[in-house]
Design a protein around this ligand. Structure first.
Ligand code: GLU
Length: 305
């Protein structure tokens, strides 16, 4: 029994890849008879108008992905994030960063480091340098101070890994709590034991584990689901064609058909025909996990079987 969750950001309609990840997260929880929670990740003010939220929840319900209890919204939970951040600041596990996005990118390229990692420009600023930045009116973000010990974990889909962590942003320079803090605080606060999500988030996981440990939380289990790719070979996107339930419905393709296609992408051609059968049959170690490569035909109009 491991409490699970799905945590969409309401930035647009869910596409087939997002829906597949939701189904997999649901299968992990339900096959173990666990609770499954939904959290709306609306930290960004532009996502707080409710525009896409309703559609996302309706689409999940239409596929049969149901959840337990009330839906949490990150926009209601800023006190929790501030409290967690304060603890990390008091423990000396943070530092202020005055870099713009562009500076971060340019410095990472110059250092020949992994371009997605912060190159550490503001890690050890002197108090005079701090004062200069402040005088120049530069707002500071707050970053996590990682150390030189790699963080290892054994992902239930991607397998074992051990990597040095990035000094992730915990509070953005506009004062908003950042995703890498909020997700850790929420998963611990909501009692989530198993995080099942898209494998685009695999690189952020070691830092999230480190932030959680610094806050005294126990580690969660992780399963990172391979993403869906469009006919061009790139990660599936709206421009690939009929990729949302609404698009497909307009072409006469029902939610049941989409559910079956998603189940086939997980279980292969002999897939269970509906979610409840799938929950009984699901055993994550028996699945051959692979990206879902959608053909031009599928996104033009998914097979109507
Ligand atoms: N809100 C994130 C997204 O929609 C998912 C975060 C998570 O599952 O940790 O990509």
């Amino acid at each position: 029994m491991a409490v699970g969750r799905f945590a969409p950001s309401p930035t647009g309609q869910l596409h087939l890849g997002n829906l597949r990840t939701a189904v997999v997260a649901w299968l992990f929880a339900r096959s173990a008879r666990s609770r499954f929670l939904l959290r709306v990740e609306d930290l960004d003010p532009s996502t707080q108008n409710g525009d896409h939220q309703h559609g996302q929840l309706t689409d999940l319900a239409n596929l049969g992905v149901e959840w337990d209890g009330d839906i949490e919204h990150q926009s209601d939970r800023f006190d929790l994030y501030h409290h967690c951040l304060e603890r990390l600041v008091e423990q000396g596990q943070t530092y202020e960063c005055f870099c713009s996005r562009r500076e971060v990118r340019d410095a990472a390229i110059a250092a020949h480091g992994p371009t997605s990692h912060y190159p550490g420009t503001c890690r050890d600023l002197t108090s005079a340098q701090h004062a200069d930045h402040r005088r120049a009116g530069r707002p500071a973000a707050i970053r996590f101070r990682g150390d030189d010990h790699p963080i290892g974990f054994d992902d239930r889909i991607a397998g074992p890994s051990s990597t040095l962590i990035d000094d992730v942003v915990l509070r953005r320079n506009d004062g908003t709590p950042a995703y890498n803090l909020a997700v850790v605080a929420d998963d611990a606060d909501q009692g989530i034991e198993e995080v099942v999500r898209g494998d685009d988030l695999l690189p952020s996981t070691p830092a999230q584990i480190a932030v959680g440990r610094a806050l005294g939380f126990t580690d969660r289990a992780y399963a990172h689901v391979p993403l869906a790719y469009g006919p061009s070979g790139d990660r599936l996107a709206k421009r690939d064609g009929a990729v949302t339930l609404d698009d497909l419905e307009a072409l006469g393709v029902s939610a049941e058909t989409v559910t079956r296609q998603i189940l086939e992408s997980i279980f292969g051609p002999e897939a269970p025909r509906n979610l409840s059968e799938a929950a009984s049959a699901f055993s994550p170690d028996d699945i051959e996990w692979a990206p879902w490569n959608l053909t031009a035909h599928q996104v033009a109009a998914i097979d109507r079987r």
